[in-house]
Each structure stands twice: as structure tokens, then as C-alpha cells.
Design a protein around this ligand. Structure first.
Ligand code: KIV
Ligand code: ZN
Length: 512
């Protein structure tokens, strides 16, 4: 058995299914480039048949990524699979990932199909896909709750048709490590042609065991591919977290004995990029990428680490890219230095005009903030791509008044389809007043389900990064905005969320 562990990243597909985490084509492309820099083996770029937007995102990623395999999800039917193949046409290395549910519950209640129909559809879909793209992955959705004999029959049949990767998802996060590991082991022992495919694990985190289950699938079960996402992003409690898997396998090489292709130095930048793009803030005590992951607060620990680092540290912060958090640019930095830094951060803006516009915003920021960190630059270009993709509302300026004993008041100027609008309101705080001023003009009627502020870099001089989650007519979107003034950041985040709400992005749900 190979001792290489394949890292299959699904941040741009399963991660994006998290309510509010939807990304634009440019955002997805930027993250895909970072994943390639990380040397992820397979990038699941999206679900091409789900919407025109996702088709285009998969297509542009397929056309730009050279090192990693580019994959798209596809339901097990000819129409979806043809669309997937079309989106992947420009890829250097392409994979179609097709799936159908195999648990009795899903087949009966969701698909309303008999087991024999499901088996036949799985077989025919893999056969159809194999004629279009050589690399076919098959997933048995809700595999962990499927009846074992039936699952073995389906897997044997799809391997016969040419599936080269077999994925066994714990779709609802119900597994526990020992049982899941043994489940994979049993399937591999029982399926007669199991040695003709690479076995893959895909665990959701509903009981907080996605990483442990995936590692058990590898260690006990012999799987050699793990499906995971940056920051564990994903529906409900999320997916298995890439950074935890990678660092567990690397740090405990003595136990797992597996090779990884990942360049771990790019982990933190990937984590920040995903967090800033989606507005899903990383908790400070999150393993590997949380702000406290390498911070030692207690005196005893600090003393120990100063004397000998390995007294309390099992990994080196710089090995996952924490040292990248340094002052990079300031007020006197020129356009070339800015451009070079963008390149080092893996940001590729489409045209010189985009670079110029980002540079103007950088200069404006540098006038207000003496130290510009990598995170500031990433936030700035995030704003930039937001402005280009959804231009219905754009922030211009804000003035607000708040004083103890007085009702806070805000007056905001923004554009709506290019027309300047001024709106005013009072509120129970300056943020409330500003967002009410916007809403009193736009009248979206959206419900705010989350508001959070996060300091991008340590001090009070830091930019505030605000996430606003809005819900309207069953759609949930996250808006993100950053600025040294958190009231301005809040207004930008609110306008960004409104832009996303207005953009029509009807998509088919992968598990629908
Ligand atoms: O969780 C799941 O079952 C999935 C499949 C579509 C692979 O995401
Ligand atoms: Zn999933």
C-alpha cells in the first residue's frame, strides 16, 4: 500500500455550502491559487452544474491551476457529468467526483429510488464519466449509515466501471473513530476489487470528531485520501480541518508513517484568506491557526519555552507560516513594493487598472495606519474584489455622533447603481445608527442573524474586520468590511451583504 496521503481540499465546494460562505469567482480563484501554493493534491473547485456562477468558477480554476488536480462535484446523472467535463476542459489534470446516496434513509426518503435503481445509476454514471475524464471519484453519500452488503455491491460495481477513488463519507458526522476506521477496513476487505482504487475518507464534524474519524479511517482502515477544508469550513459544524490533519500526520509521523506533499508554511495565510473572504472568523483557541495556538500566557509555560522550546511546543509556529505576520509596508512604500507584496501573497489582480485601484486604497489606508500587515493587504484586496463583482451599493463616506447621554446619530453617503445617496438615522449606538441609515433607504427587509467585529492585527491601531450575516427569503449571505474605523467597517460589511443578497445566485444544493 502506498504511504502517500492524498490531501483533497473541498473548501471551495463543501466549505462553500456553509450558509453565508458563498464566494465570487475571483475569490474562489484566489483561494485556489493559495491551495496550489500549499501543494494540495486535489482541489475540489465547486459543483459545476449547480449554477452558472459555479460553472464559471470551476472553469477559471481549471484553466489556471497547473500543479494540483482540479475536481468538480457532480450528481450521478449524465447531464451533471457532461457539465462537469465541460467546466474541466482546460484543466491540466482533471477529476470528476460523482455521488449518489446509498443509505436506506436517503434512498427511500430523499431519492425515492430502490436500492437496485441506485446501484444501476451509480454504475451508468461512472461509465459515462469515464468516457469523458479518466480520473473518476465515486462517493456513496451517507455511506457510514448505509447497509454494508449493499454498499459493497455498489462500490464493487463502480470500481469495475473505472472509478479510481472511492470515497466513504460520514455525511452527517455520526461516526466515532474506532468504528469508522473498522468500517473502512471491512469494506476494503469485503469488496473483491478494492485494490484497484484509492480509498478516501470524508467526515463531517457534528460531534466534533471529523479529524479523529478521518485519521482512524487512514490508520485503521487504510484510506489514503482525506477530504478536508481550510479552517474546517463547512455546513453545520463543518468538515474535517485541513490544517489539523496535515499537522497531526506531520507531527506524529512516528505513528502514522505517511508522506505528505503539503508545504505547511502556507497554512496560516490560507486560513486567513478563507476567513477574510467568507467572514467566518477563526476562534482564538483553534488548533494550528487560532491566534492563541502558539501563545503561552502562563508564567510557567513562558519560562519553559524560553529555556527549551519543546517543553511546551510540539510544532514550530514558523513551520505553519505564523512568522509571516510582520510589518510589510508603510506610507512611503511605492507601487512596485506593493505589487511585489501582492505577488508574494499570491494575489493576482486581473489588470493594471485593478492594481492601481488597490494601490490607491493602500495609500489611503497607510495615511491612517502607520503599519500595514499582510492581513491588511488581504483585507484590502478582498474589498476590491467585492467592489468589482457586486457594484450595486458602494460605500463613500460616513459621519456619526455619539456622546454619553445623547442618542447616537449617523449620516451615510453611498452609491446605488452609480447614483449617490445620502441617508440618516439615529440608533442605540453608532453602528446601529449607521446600519439603520442604510436600511432606511434600501429597505431590504433582511434579518441580521450575526454581527461580529474582529481586530485584523493585534493592537487598537488595527483595522476592524466586521462580518454581517443577513437572511432574506431563505437566502443567507455574509458581508465583510474592514477599516480602522469599526463603524465604517460595519457599514461596508452591511453594504457588501446587501450586494450579495441582490445578486441572483440560484443554485442547486449538493445534498438536495
Ligand atoms: O458529505 C457528503 O456526503 C458529501 C458528498 C457529496 C461527497 O459532501
Ligand atoms: Zn460533505
Amino acid at each position: 500500500m502506498s504511504d502517500k496521503l492524498i490531501i483533497f481540499d473541498t473548501t471551495l465546494r463543501d466549505g462553500e455550502q456553509s450558509p453565508g460562505a458563498s464566494m465570487t469567482k475571483d475569490e474562489k480563484l484566489r483561494i485556489a491559487r493559495q491551495l496550489e501554493r500549499l501543494k494540495v493534491d486535489v482541489i475540489e473547485a465547486g459543483f459545476a452544474a449547480s449554477s452558472v456562477g459555479d460553472f464559471e468558477a470551476v472553469q477559471s480554476i481549471a484553466n489556471s491551476i497547473k500543479e494540483s488536480v482540479v475536481c468538480t462535484l457532480s450528481r450521478a446523472n449524465d447531464k451533471d457529468i457532461s457539465r462537469a467535463a465541460e467546466a474541466l476542459k482546460g484543466a491540466q489534470r482533471a477529476r470528476i467526483h460523482t455521488f449518489i446516496a446509498t443509505s436506506a434513509l436517503h434512498m427511500e426518503k430523499k431519492l425515492r429510488m430502490s436500492p437496485d435503481q441506485v446501484l444501476e445509476q451509480a454504475r451508468l454514471s461512472v461509465r459515462f464519466g469515464k468516457n469523458l475524464v479518466g480520473d473518476i471519484e465515486f462517493s456513496a453519500e451517507d455511506a457510514y449509515r448505509s447497509e454494508e452488503d449493499f454498499l459493497c455491491r455498489v462500490i464493487e460495481a463502480v470500481i469495475k466501471e473505472g472509478a479510481t477513488t472511492i470515497n466513504v463519507p460520514d455525511t452527517v458526522g455520526y461516526a466515532v473513530p474506532e468504528l469508522y476506521g473498522n468500517f473502512i477496513k471491512t469494506l476494503r476487505e469485503r469488496v473483491p476489487n478494492s485494490d484497484k482504487a484509492i480509498w478516501s475518507v470524508h467526515c463531517h464534524n457534528d460531534l466534533g470528531m471529523a479529524v479523529a474519524n478521518s485519521l482512524a479511517g487512514v490508520k485503521i482502515g487504510g484510506a489514503r485520501q482525506i477530504e478536508c477544508t481550510i479552517n474546517g469550513l463547512g455546513e453545520r459544524a463543518g468538515n474535517c480541518s485541513l490544517e489539523e490533519i496535515v499537522m497531526a500526520v506531520k507531527t506524529r509521523r512516528d505513528y502514522f508513517g505517511l508522506e505528505l506533499g503539503i508545504d505547511t508554511k502556507h497554512i496560516v495565510a490560507a486560513s486567513k484568506m478563507v476567513s477574510q473572504t467568507t467572514g467566518f472568523v477563526v476562534q482564538p483557541n483553534k488548533a494550528v491557526v487560532g491566534a492563541n495556538a502558539f501563545a503561552h500566557a502562563s508564567g510557567i509555560h513562558q519560562d519553559g519555552v524560553l529555556k527549551a522550546r519543546d517543553t511546551y511546543e510540539i510544532m514550530r509556529a514558523e513551520d505553519v507560516g505564523w512568522s509571516a505576520n510582520k510589518i510589510v509596508l508603510g506610507k512611503l512604500s511605492g507601487r512596485n513594493a506593493f505589487k511585489q507584496r501582492l505577488q508574494d501573497l499570491g494575489v493576482q489582480l486581473e489588470s493594471e487598472a485593478d492594481v492601481n485601484s488597490a494601490f490607491t486604497r493602500f495609500k489611503e489606508l497607510a495615511d491612517r495606519k502607520s503599519e500595514i500587515f499582510d492581513e491588511d493587504i488581504l483585507a484590502l484586496v478582498s474589498d476590491e474584489s467585492v467592489l468589482q463583482d457586486n457594484e450595486q451599493f458602494t460605500f463613500i463616506s460616513l459621519s456619526q455622533r455619539s456622546e454619553t447621554g445623547e442618542k447616537p446619530f449617523a449620516s451615510i453617503v453611498f452609491t446605488e447603481n452609480g447614483q449617490e445617496v445620502k441617508s440618516e438615522s439615529s440608533g442605540n449606538g453608532p453602528v446601529d445608527a449607521s446600519l439603520k441609515a442604510i436600511e432606511s433607504h434600501v429597505k431590504s427587509g433582511a434579518e441580521m442573524v450575526l454581527y461580529s467585529v474582529n481586530a485584523i492585527s493585534g493592537s487598537t491601531e488595527s483595522q476592524g474586520e466586521v462580518t454581517v450575516r443577513l437572511q432574506n427569503s431563505g437566502r443567507v449571505v455574509n458581508g465583510v468590511g474592514s477599516d480602522p474605523d469599526i463603524v465604517v467597517a460595519s457599514s461596508k460589511a452591511y453594504l457588501n451583504a446587501l450586494n450579495k443578497l441582490q445578486s441572483k445566485s440560484d443554485r442547486v444544493a449538493a445534498q438536495g
